[in-house]
Design a protein around this ligand. Sequence first.
Ligand SMILES: Nc1ncnc2c1ncn2[C@@H]1O[C@H](COP(=O)(O)OP(=O)(O)OP(=O)(O)O)[C@@H](O)[C@H]1O
Ligand SMILES: [Mg+2]
Length: 228
Amino acid sequence: MVTDAVVVSGTGLSKTYRRNAELVHALREVSLVLHPGELVALVGPSGSGKSTLLNVLCGWERADAGALTWGAALAGRQAEDLSWGELALIPQALGLLEDLTMGENVSLPGRLTGAPDRGGKAARELMTSVGIDHLADRYPKQASLGEQQRCCVSRALLLEPAIVLADEPTAHQDARWTEVIFTAFRRLVRSGSVCLIATHNPETWEYADRILSMHDGELREGAPAPVH
Ligand SMILES: Nc1ncnc2c1ncn2[C@@H]1O[C@H](COP(=O)(O)OP(=O)(O)OP(=O)(O)O)[C@@H](O)[C@H]1O
Ligand SMILES: [Mg+2]
């Protein structure tokens, strides 16, 4: 159930990249509020700033201006200090550790946060649910891109974090696995977490409680207007 409580709010977030003489305004005074228990779809054309926003929210990149405020249990914290049990990112480029097996990648948040028990049974159950349990001993390079992405989704969900930021988490999936992954996100938000999910696939919007759209660095509430 979505509540009025605030998990994180961003105000006036701006980010400009310099490409030689050119300035790229990836975020233009973006403000947003995320609430517990909601799945929010972040949509918009390629290059509109979706990944930049997720990267600023998770602390991978720093905004040039604006403020991020964490609510409730995370009040006063910095994004980069949050643990895998608090905030998990599913990066667009996946970011699996190549020297670890797929199983070890999924268990990693448990080991890093001192909850190694989550790495055993819970990791196996997650891998089974997304059809990669038979790949636990393989390295990411020995798996398909879709399988690697489902490994990445499993890693993010292992500790049932309060916040999941997912950057095109079904970009490499067919319809079946897309449904499985979004159903898993829905299950997580039912327990009070928030998922912000950049997605190009309009069929996934039906899973969202709310849609935010980016256009040339600006964020608006609601789906983009249809193109005629
Ligand atoms: N490190 C960088 N240096 C310069 N420009 C960048 C950098 N990263 C992103 N950009 C530019 O910032 C803008 C926003 O990029 P971003 O990756 O956030 O878009 P996106 O909406 O995630 O796109 P996509 O749907 O293709 O993943 C784009 O114009 C992009 O070219
Ligand atoms: Mg992107």
